[in-house]
Structure formats: C-alpha cells, structure tokens
Design a protein around this ligand. Structure first.
Ligand SMILES: Cc1cc2nc3c(=O)[nH]c(=O)nc-3n(C[C@H](O)[C@H](O)[C@H](O)COP(=O)(O)O)c2cc1C
Length: 330
C-alpha cells in the first residue's frame, strides 16, 4: 500500500493513460484484473472550457474504477485550472493528472504536453496554479526531457514537487524519441533519488519480471504499464501477483482471452452505443487476438465488421477453432 496525497493505492501496478484506449470500459477491465490505479485518456482543457459533448462524455467514471486519476492537458494556465476545477466539481475523480508528455505536433503547437519539458519554471508555474486551485491531489505525467540536449528530468520533477504535486509519473523517453529506442531507467532512478514524493516509473515494462526489475533498479513506488496491457489485462493480474508472491502465472489460453474481450466489448457498447463501439473495438479485438496462432483471418474479419453481433460471432468462432486446434495437438 502507498499513497498519492490522501489517496491509498492498494498495489504498485498502475495502468498508463492511453488516448483512444483508456475509457471507462478499458479501465474497468484492467481494474478487475487488479490494477492499483487507473488513469483516463488525456482530456483537453479547451474541450472542457467549450463544454464539447465528446470531451464531457470522456469524463464518465464507473463506480468500480476507484481510485482513478483524470488526466487533463492544455497550454494556458487559466483553462488548465478551469479544467481541473471542473473535474473536481463534476466527477468522482480521486486524482487530477497533468499531461506533460504528449509528443504529438498538434498538442505541442498548442504549447501543451511535452512542450513544457523545455522550461522547469513553466512546469512550476502550471503545477502551482493547478494544485492551489483544487483540493484533490495533483500528479504530473512527464517524459525525461525534450531531447538528449534538453534533459531536465530531475529539474522538471523537482519543480513539480515544489509546486505541490503529490506524485510524478515519468516515461523514460524524450519527446523526440516518441516511442522509439529504449526507455532510460537510469534517469528515472536519478529522478526517484531526488524526489520525496512517489514516482511511477514508465516505459518498456513488457513482462511481470520487467516490472520487478524496474521497481528494483529505479526504486520507484509504482510501475506504470501501457502498451503491454493492450488486449492483455492478464499482464496486470500476472504482474500484481508476481510482485506480491514471486510466482509467475501462465499466460491465458485463447478461450479466456476471447471471454474477456467480449466483456470489454459489451462495456464499450454500453458506454458508446453499438455502432461506435464496434468501430472502436476493432483495434482492441486485434490486440486480444495478437500472438494467438492462426488468428490472421479473424483479425482481418474483426477489422472489417460494422455489426456488433458479427464482432462477437467472429470472436466466438475463433475461440472454438483455436480450442479444436489445441485439442488436436494434445
Ligand atoms: C496509443 C497510446 C496512447 C497514449 N496516450 C497517452 C495519453 O493520453 N496521455 C499520456 O500521458 N500518455 C499517453 N501515452 C503514453 C503512455 O501513457 C506511456 O507513457 C507510453 O506508452 C510508455 O509506456 P509503455 O512502454 O508501458 O507503453 C499513450 C501511449 C499510447 C501507445
């Protein structure tokens, strides 16, 4: 057990925010598989300011998700503060997270996301403005820097801490690296050594053993897992179990994967309606099928369907076929 401000986090496994992925259907699914903390996909402060319908829908939180952190992004202090206050007043969020890591051009041009990493003073200013405007604990999700020449990882993290942040999540890549190359855990260790507030280390945790290694090498409080949880909530379950007991559980079989995929899909249908959910679930279905032998045809089929019943049918047919193949092998 550890704490972010006054929020108790029951274990060390945190599921990373992922735009287009981390809605309440995904979050509930990984939560059921044991995540200690979930974070929503990044939410635009301007979207909140203009009461954009889609943005406000993104703030939906289900009872079973707590503790949950809502991540906001923006480039102007006033709208960022307004967004944080709106989240506090209108949702059941437990934590407000500020995005200082998004590398995409559109966000950088708006002076938001990773743009701030170039200036620790600006980090201080923005975090101080938000944390003094809300009662909820405020966290910041950063990258280690802009590029190799502008690595202000420790300075930025300390600026956020001094400004009132209750924890930092740091991805061990620069903005310029995007998702390429290796995450630098040495820098994460330096950051952890400098901070007094908890650090969630992030980047390149693909297995439960990686998670253990990160906790040992970086010394961080939490381990934040992103891509390895796509179509794979067992990664969360297996990691939590491994960290707690030292036992490495086997990967699930196709039937188990498909059963969970169907539950995730059903939740998405309830959240977004059948049509949009079917379109959005295509990528998730492909993730759930990833790595299962002979799933290529099913992947093509899910990617083409617009019919929710068909989506379920393809997944069920594939599970049956995969089981039959496995039985023949025995
Ligand atoms: C599809 C996708 C969407 C992402 N969206 C966000 C986001 O909304 N906010 C954020 O802070 N990071 C976002 N990230 C970055 C992840 O939170 C994480 O830092 C990164 O994937 C590295 O962790 P991993 O190696 O465990 O995937 C996103 C990453 C991916 C792959």
């Amino acid at each position: 057990m550890w704490n972010i401000g006054n929020v108790e986090i029951s274990n060390r496994v945190v599921v990373a925010p992922m735009a287009g992925i981390s809605n309440s259907a995904f979050r509930l699914t990984v939560k059921e598989f044991g995540a200690g903390l979930v974070v929503c996909e990044m939410i635009s402060d301007k979207g909140i300011h203009f009461k954009n319908k889609k943005t406000l829908e993104m703030l939906h939180i289900e009872e079973g998700e707590h503790p949950i952190s809502i991540q906001v992004f923006g480039g102007q202090k006033e709208t960022l503060v307004e967004a944080a206050q709106f989240v506090e007043a209108n949702t059941s969020a437990d934590i407000i997270d500020i995005n200082m890591g998004c590398p995409v051009n559109k966000v950088i041009k708006a002076e938001a996301g990773a743009r701030w990493l170039l200036d620790p003073d600006k980090v201080y200013e923005m975090v101080a403005a938000v944390s003094s405007a809300v009662k909820l604990p405020v966290t910041v999700k950063m990258r280690i820097g802009w590029d190799e020449e502008h690595l202000f990882a420790v300075e930025n993290a300390l600026a956020a801490e001094k400004a009132g942040a209750s924890a930092i999540a740091m991805h061990g890549r620069t903005r310029v690296q995007m998702y390429e190359g290796k995450a630098n855990w040495d820098i994460l260790r330096q950051v952890n050594d400098a901070l007094t507030i908890p650090l969630m280390g992030n980047g390149d945790v693909r297995t439960p053993e990686d998670a253990k290694r990160m906790l040992e090498e970086v010394g961080c409080e939490g381990v934040m897992i992103g891509r390895a949880a796509l179509g794979n909530p067992w990664m969360i379950y297996r990691t939590e179990h491994y960290l707690r007991t030292g036992e490495l559980l086997p990967e699930p079989g196709p039937r188990e994967k498909i059963t969970t995929a169907k539950v995730h899909f059903e939740r998405l249908v309830q959240l977004k309606g059948a049509e949009l959910a079917t379109r959005e679930f295509r990528q998730h279905a492909a993730y759930y099928l990833k790595g299962i032998p002979r799933s290529a045809k099913a992947k093509v089929a899910v990617n083409q369907t617009t019919d929710p019943k068909k989506m379920v049918e393809i997944l069920e047919d594939f599970a049956e076929q995969a089981e039959a193949i496995a039985l023949r092998r025995i």
